[in-house]
Each structure stands twice: as structure tokens, then as C-alpha cells.
Write a protein that binds this ligand. Structure first.
Ligand code: MEV
Length: 396
């Protein structure tokens, strides 16, 4: 068992193209968002397991002896098995989770306990530890915050239990695990996601683990080779929406107007494929013309998404405001409000970016200047960690 402090981080995700169309078997491209979740794991010998989640106000502690005494034999079924409904209920009992079990706070605690008890069960005794997780990602905005949480948890626990090696190198700010270790992290991260979401597609945890850009279609996920990091503005309109309702509304429009909606979905598929081709060319030799094509693709897809009925006045406003600064935007995720992305060409002057951000803030939106195509789960050296992240993890 490792005794040193571990610092890991994992990215959130955005869908670049293919939302909604993916539900109907088309290709979607998801990219790792460089807004990250950070986790610090401090091994102890004080007989306690402590979990601190400052973003959502969770501070819980358990006696290791108490957890050790519980009947957790239901978890002893080999690697990364699928938790059944009965197991989840039993785990809630073990965790002392009652009425808040379905709230984000309760689900985060449940996912932690599941991963802790499952991953550490091969140890002679359950370990004492202190875990703090802090995120730059807003929760419930469709940006994969729970997958980033599960990936960090899985990576840190697997490393502490020496199921996978610690890849951290001296004098290097961030290091990554080998492919076979990432596969194991992804498997467990998916199990954590299932605790939180029930039946997720597996895309969010795959993006958090592998980073970069992923193509997904009909449950098949593959990484795009050497994706470039693209600078973007990520804007949260803060208009609440229900993914379930929006997905259902596209389905009913498809049933009502198949001759009209089917070509829209086919066209969105072609946009994803063309974007994938562009990203491939840009990985070899990026040129200004590539960005112009990416902007055109963004505009066309945004119009298609409006035609599917998943636009919103707030998203129209976001597109208008950014267009006034010569920038191109589309919704990302379910639409109906929620988040949008705006591509920032590399030739843009910073004052123009600042003016756009200000204009978006003036609309009442939250706006981040960040990038997509970010690295996946990584382990960090404390000396190189951004002071603001260190302060957040230290609860300052
Ligand atoms: C939501 O983030 C993306 C949708 O395509 C729904 C889904 O793929 O499950 C709208």
C-alpha cells in the first residue's frame, strides 16, 4: 500500500458534434474539456476514512473498524462487476445513507464507498485515508462532472492499493498511466458512474480517462489520434433543461416528419465525419483555413439543432452576441438552454476575447475561456499544482 499523498485530476467533456443524432445511431464527437476535477488522497493510520467534497458541502467520516465489520461480501465478485439494485441498497445501509440517497451529495458518497470497498477489498485491512475532491466543473450542466469524479476516485484508489503503478516522475508536473492501467481506471470509473447515473453510456468516463477526442456511435467508442487542443469559450446559459424531455421531443418530431428529420440527422452525421477529418488534418499541419471550416460546421450544426427543436432563446442570444464579435457558437449536449461552445481561432487578439466574455457575462451567463482536447486522467506533483487548486483542496 502506498503511503504518499496522491494528487490526480480528470477533465470534463463537451460534445463537439452529434448530440441528439447519436441517440438515432449517428456519430458523435466528444472532447475532453480542460475544466478539471482534482482529488487529493492522503493515506493515514488514524483508523478513519474521511471524504470532503467542498463544492457540494459534503464532509463525512467513518471508522475503518466499523466498515470492516460490515458485511461487504456482496462486493467480492471479481473485477469491476455491475452493482445490482440490492447491492446498492445494502451499500446505502453500510454508508448510513437514508433520505438524501438520490441527491447529488448522497450519490457522490455512495459512489465513493462503492469504489473504496470494492477496490480496497483485496488489502489485508481496509486503509485509513483522507480524500478531498474539488472541481472547476459546474455540476448538473452536462459537462461530465460525475465521470471526472469517478475517474479520479478510481485512479487514486487503484494506485494507493498498488493495483496499478504510480506513474509520477520527479520534476514533471503531470504524468499519465500506461494504456492497460487506463483501461482498468476506465472500468472502475464506469462503475462509479453507474452508482450515480444508473445507466450511463460510458462516454463521459471514457473522455475523463483517455482525454483528447472520442468518436462514439452505437455504443462503440474510439479515440481520435493526436487531437489538437482547441481554444473555446464555454458558456453556461444557466437555463435549466431536461435531457430526457428534449431527447423525447426529437424522437416525436422524427416520427411526425420522418422525411424532414431523417435528412437532418444524416446531415449532422456528415458534419461529425467532416469535423473528424478536419481534426485529423489539423493534427498533422494546422492551418488558418481549417478553423474557417470548423466555424462553418459549427454554424450548420447549430441551425440543424434548432430545426430539431432543441434550441432556446438563450442559445440564440449566445450565438448572436458571439457573432457580433466574429465568433461562431453552437449548443453542446442536450440544448434547450444549458451550455454552448464558441470556437476561438488562434489568431484572435486577447482584447476581443475579453470583450466577448464581458458581453456574455452581461447576458447573465457564466463563461470560461478554456480548451478542448485536454489530457485525460493525470497524476500531479504538488510542487507544480496551480496555487488556486492547492488552496481549494486545502479548504482555504
Ligand atoms: C446529452 O448530453 C446528449 C444527447 O445526445 C443525449 C444522449 O446522447 O444520451 C442529447
Amino acid at each position: 500500500m502506498l503511503s504518499e499523498v496522491l494528487l490526480v485530476s480528470a477533465p470534463g467533456k463537451v460534445i463537439l458534434h452529434g448530440e441528439h443524432a447519436v441517440v438515432h445511431g449517428k456519430v458523435a464527437l466528444a472532447m475532453a474539456l480542460n475544466l478539471r476535477t482534482f482529488l487529493r488522497l492522503q493515506p493515514h493510520s488514524n483508523g478513519k476514512v474521511c471524504l470532503n467534497l467542498p463544492n457540494i458541502g459534503v464532509k463525512r467520516a467513518w471508522d475503518v473498524a466499523g466498515l470492516q465489520l460490515q458485511d461487504t461480501s456482496f462486493l467480492e465478485q471479481g473485477d469491476a462487476t455491475v452493482p445490482t439494485a440490492e447491492q446498492v441498497e445494502k451499500l446505502k445501509e453500510v454508508a448510513g445513507i437514508t433520505q438524501d440517497g438520490a441527491k447529488p451529495e448522497g450519490l457522490a458518497v455512495l459512489a465513493f464507498l462503492y469504489l473504496y470497498l470494492s477496490i480496497c477489498r483485496k488489502q489485508r485491512a481496509l486503509p485509513s485515508l483522507d480524500i478531498t475532491v474539488w472541481s472547476q466543473l459546474p455540476t448538473g450542466a452536462g459537462l461530465g462532472s460525475s465521470a471526472a469524479y469517478s475517474a479520479c476516485m478510481a485512479a487514486a484508489l487503484l494506485t494507493m492499493c498498488e493495483e496499478i503503478p504510480n506513474p509520477q516522475k520527479d520534476g514533471v508536473s503531470a504524468s499519465r498511466w500506461a494504456v492497460e492501467d487506463l483501461e482498468l481506471i476506465n472500468k472502475w470509473a464506469f462503475q462509479g458512474e453507474r452508482m450515480i447515473h444508473g445507466n450511463p453510456s460510458g462516454v463521459d468516463n471514457a473522455v475523463s480517462t483517455w482525454g483528447g477526442a472520442l468518436r462514439f456511435q452505437q455504443g462503440k467508442i474510439s479515440s481520435l489520434e493526436r487531437p489538437l487542443a482547441l481554444k473555446i469559450l464555454l458558456t453556461n446559459t444557466k437555463v435549466p433543461r431536461s435531457t430526457k424531455t428534449l431527447v423525447a421531443s426529437v424522437r416525436s418530431r422524427l416520427l411526425k416528419f420522418p422525411e424532414i428529420v431523417t435528412p437532418l440527422l444524416t446531415s449532422i452525421n456528415a458534419i461529425s465525419l467532416e469535423c473528424e477529418r478536419m481534426l485529423g488534418e489539423m493534427a498533422v499541419a494546422p492551418a488558418p483555413e481549417h478553423y474557417l471550416v470548423l466555424e462553418e460546421l459549427i454554424d450548420m450544426n447549430q441551425h440543424h439543432l434548432n430545426a430539431l427543436g432543441v434550441g432556446h432563446a438563450s442559445l440564440d442570444q449566445l450565438c448572436r452576441v458571439t457573432m457580433a464579435h466574429g465568433l461562431h457558437s453552437k449548443l453542446t449536449g442536450a440544448g434547450g438552454g444549458g451550455c454552448g461552445i464558441t470556437l476561438l481561432r488562434p489568431d484572435l487578439e486577447q482584447p476581443e476575447v475579453e470583450a466577448t466574455k464581458q458581453a456574455l457575462n452581461d447576458c447573465g451567463f457564466d463563461c470560461w475561456e478554456t480548451s478542448i482536447g485536454a489530457p485525460g486522467i493525470s497524476v500531479h506533483s504538488a510542487d507544480f499544482l496551480d496555487p488556486s487548486v492547492r488552496q481549494a483542496l486545502d479548504g482555504l
